[in-house]
Design a protein around this ligand. Structure first.
Ligand code: DWN
Ligand code: ZN
Length: 412
């Protein structure tokens, strides 16, 4: 276990390097074409994971420049999932109860294609979305959402405060873990959150990742995996206090955190999860070493399966050109020579190639006609929705899951 040359971005303690993936491409940097010029110039960074056992946060040691990850070619459009749309609609209904429609406004940081704020726009609530990727902001605007293209930092918070005043609600879903400079975000939130306001954050949860061995939740864009303890450490420094949490199965297990500037009573659910983290030894480096071993086994198992089926002459495809799978595919050396293509419904992704492994992304509509022998479910977090949809299409494929372990299912 090496001491990292970086300090923890949350609490400034020394962090320990636990996992070195070697050179990795940026997970959402899809290649428009595959030729020598593109492949030679493909950006790679050394993806090393460190863990801070003082505040229990997992983080990438050297994060690429943010502009390389979030720009006008951002590939992820959250509204591709009907399930996630309804998940956010429920959150919207809950949040609206906390707002005075006449006076208050809601700010979302990382508003993507407007999947969440659309409900506020539709019901004429005052709202503002901020996102650093121009193309998703454009889509949000087309969905009627009031959106600003910018990285959220202290300066942006001042500009927003000058124009809109303090926000009653700030929501950050699946975005806080994208932001390397978490202190800057916390300062910005402190500037702009109303004294009686609520900050709601939701993202993949450290204990779930540990439990199911989903190391692929980590890639440059997901440069943090947060826990209750690490979020508490961060926000308490900025006088913002955690008072409640809610757990969801989304994205392989996510936690929703509720914070306030006020001293609100802490809920029993929050206390339960604090205890659960302690019982699961999240401050013990051995916990992370076991996790690392589990992840290495998962990736070896998948590689061996793909190689053996490929030798038998079987066609192996993927479903869901996820950012997560970039970690597994690149780390396990599973590339275009082993996987025929990956099916996906996102118009922006179709016709492009996966980063590093250069697998073609095809329109999910072609899946039934092609009927590959085996299909690896890279979007395993959307299993129910995808299998249901494809069942109706009667593809003859055998589904392959690899998290938490290799499993074949014959659904048709
Ligand atoms: O935080 C992040 C989140 C939430 O999602 C990001 N940094 C980027 C992204 O990660 P991901 O790409 O691993 O997310 P998903 O949600 O697992 O991606 C699912 C992929 O599968 C998308 O490309 C859409 C596709 N899909 C599909 O083709 N048919 C999804 C569904 C539900 C479908 O029915
Ligand atoms: Zn720390």
């Amino acid at each position: 276990m090496n001491k990292s040359d970086c300090l923890c971005r949350v609490c400034s303690s020394t962090i320990s390097d636990i996992f070195d993936f070697g050179n990795m491409p940026i997970a959402n940097n899809l290649m428009p074409v595959i030729n020598d010029t593109y492949t030679k110039n493909e950006y790679k960074y050394n993806m090393k994971i460190g863990v801070c056992i003082n505040c229990s946060s997992l983080q990438i040691v050297n994060v690429p420049e943010k502009e390389l990850m979030f720009n006008n070619q951002y590939a992820y459009f959250a509204s591709q999932s009907e399930f996630m749309k309804s998940h956010f609609e429920k959150l919207g209904n809950k949040v609206m109860q906390l707002m005075d429609k006449e006076k208050d406004y809601i700010l979302e940081i990382g508003s993507n294609d407007g999947i969440f704020l659309k409900y506020f726009a539709d019901k004429q609530y005052k709202h503002l979305g901020v996102d650093a990727s121009e193309n998703v902001v454009e889509t949000a605007k087309k969905n009627g959402v009031n959106a600003l293209c910018s990285f959220f930092d202290e300066e942006t918070s001042i500009e927003i405060n000058n124009k809109y005043g303090k926000a009653k609600i700030i929501v950050i879903t699946n975005t806080m873990h994208h932001i390397e400079n978490c202190q800057e975000v916390a300062k910005g939130i402190n500037n702009i959150l109303a004294e009686d306001g609520t900050l709601i954050i939701e993202d993949p949860y450290l204990l779930d990742m540990y439990k199911i061995g989903s190391i692929e939740q980590v890639y440059a864009e997901h440069n943090f995996i947060w826990s209750l303890h690490s979020y508490k450490t961060l926000f308490e420094k900025h006088s913002i206090k955690l008072f409640d949490v809610e757990h969801f199965d989304t994205h392989g297990g996510s936690m929703r955190y509720y914070f306030s500037k006020q001293n609100l009573n802490k809920t029993s659910t929050m206390q339960e999860y604090i205890n659960l983290e302690l019982n699961n030894k999240i401050f013990d480096i051995n916990t992370f070493i076991k996790f690392q071993e589990n992840c290495i086994n998962i990736s070896k198992e998948l590689y061996n399966f793909v190689v053996s089926k490929s030798k038998e002459g079987k066609i192996i495809a993927g479903y869901g050109a996820t950012a997560k799978s970039a970690t597994t595919l690149n780390y396990s050396n599973i590339d275009k020579n082993l996987i025929s293509c990956i099916y996906d419904s996102t118009p922006f992704k179709i016709g492009k190639y996966t980063p590093g492994t250069h697998i073609e992304i095809k329109d999910a509509k072609l899946f039934t006609k092609d009927s590959p022998d085996y299909t690896i479910l890279f979007a395993w977090n959307h299993k129910k929705e995808i299998i249901e949809k494809e069942k109706n299409n009667k593809s003859k494929t055998i589904w392959v899951e690899y998290i938490p372990e290799l499993k074949l299912t014959y659904e048709n």
